[in-house]
Design a protein around this ligand. Structure first.
Ligand code: PEP
Ligand code: MN
Length: 362
């Protein structure tokens, strides 16, 4: 049984192919966020813990780094593999890592839960074939000047090896614009739904190239119906050894995770075909409802201060009556009496919450 979403939702397929990164399902009702520093570096396990605390569902764990300039940090290489093991153990989260060549796939096996094929490698057909043969989940990034058709043809190199555990990842394309590192092609999310049943991820970090633009691009991708996000996050972005300018902090990451949850709850048809399925949907809705109630209480606090300054009474019966009437029209199936009871409970509880509101921590 499917329940229609509350708000206008992006076009979705009912037959999106489910792909797993460890125990995390991509292409389902929630949008998992894969996060971590650009490259695995000293302190990686703490970076991974910070990403998990912020709500990441999987970790970036790139030990081999494709860099434009040979003098740049190329990643820790095999020496970083024990850090992947430790991060997996400590956080319980699966890890994704990028092989630069076929030999790296063998090195990563057992240490990573999915292979990331970077934009520069999308045309490397021997690597695509080897990734397909590995049987591991593959996140295939779009080459920076690849058409949808060329990108899907690259995916065919993997699936033709009998491996359909493939996620497509839009990461921005090269255009005439130079302000951003790349131009995020949000259309890809909508158009690829008509071309493939493979799940679609977006990497807003390599599209933006600047941390302050990452949330906007992430929210755009979420609104367009993306299946997963891949985000660079570092507890001290300035100290990041690679792509420092585009790394967001765990605080910003947690805001993106909350936004993803709220948007999913409001824009995705709920698949309510089992007790556990319904409970998962209810949990997401409750998370959003309670965050909104807390937010409402904060606005109530502000309105009370204005009322105090204007010598207005704490409560206004006419205003409360108007609210009940409006919400009865908005939610007719709840019935007038129930709306009346709920509205008054919410008003009472918000006023009460503000009275005992904990002082903001500086
Ligand atoms: C990456 O995600 O680590 C990366 C190198 O990005 P891209 O391949 O999209 O440039
Ligand atoms: Mn990077």
């Amino acid at each position: 049984m499917t329940i229609e979403p509350l708000l206008l939702s992006a076009t979705r397929r009912h037959d999106t192919h489910r792909v797993n990164i460890g125990a995390v399902a991509i292409g389902g009702d929630i949008v998992p966020i894969i996060a971590g520093p650009c490259a695995v570096e000293a302190g990686y396990v703490e970076h991974a813990v910070a990403a998990r605390r912020a709500g990441a569902s999987a970790l970036r764990g790139c030990v081999f780094k494709p860099r434009t300039r040979p003098g740049s940090f190329q990643g820790l290489g095999s020496a970083g593999l024990p850090l992947l093991d430790e991060a997996r153990l400590v956080t319980g989260l699966p890890v994704i890592a990028e092989p630069l060549g076929g030999e790296d796939i063998n090195l990563l096996r057992g240490h990573a839960d999915a292979l990331l094929i970077g934009a520069r490698s999308m045309h490397n057909t021997p690597l695509l074939r080897a990734a397909g043969q590995s049987g591991m989940t593959v996140i295939l990034k779009r080459g920076m000047s690849a058409t949808y058709d060329e990108w899907l043809a690259a995916a065919d190199y993997i699936t033709n090896e009998g491996n359909r555990q493939v996620i497509l990842c839009e990461r921005g394309i090269r255009t005439f614009e130079t302000a951003t590192r790349n131009t995020l092609d949000v259309s890809a999310i909508a158009v690829l739904r008509d071309m493939t049943d493979l799940p679609i991820a977006v990497d807003p970090s390599h599209a933006a190239g600047a941390a302050r633009w990452v949330p906007s691009l992430a929210v755009a991708a979420l609104a367009a119906g993306v299946d997963a996000l891949l985000i660079e996050c570092h507890p001290n972005p300035a100290e990041s050894m690679c792509d420092a300018a585009q790394a967001i902090t765990p605080v910003v990451l947690s805001r993106i995770v909350q936004t993803a949850q709220a948007l999913c709850a409001m824009t995705r048809p709920a698949v309510a075909d089992s007790v556990s399925g319904c409970r998962a949907v209810i949990d997401t809705i409750d998370d959003t409802v309670f965050r909104m109630l807390e937010y409402r209480a904060a606005v109530v606090e502000a309105v009370q201060q204005h009322k105090l300054a204007a010598c207005l009474p704490e409560r206004d019966v006419d205003r409360e009556h108007e609210i009940v009437e409006r919400l009865s029209r908005n939610a007719p199936r709840l019935g007038d009496d129930r709306v009346d009871r709920l509205v008054h409970a919410i008003i009472d509880e918000c006023l009460d919450a503000v009275r005992v509101w904990p002082q903001a921590v500086a």
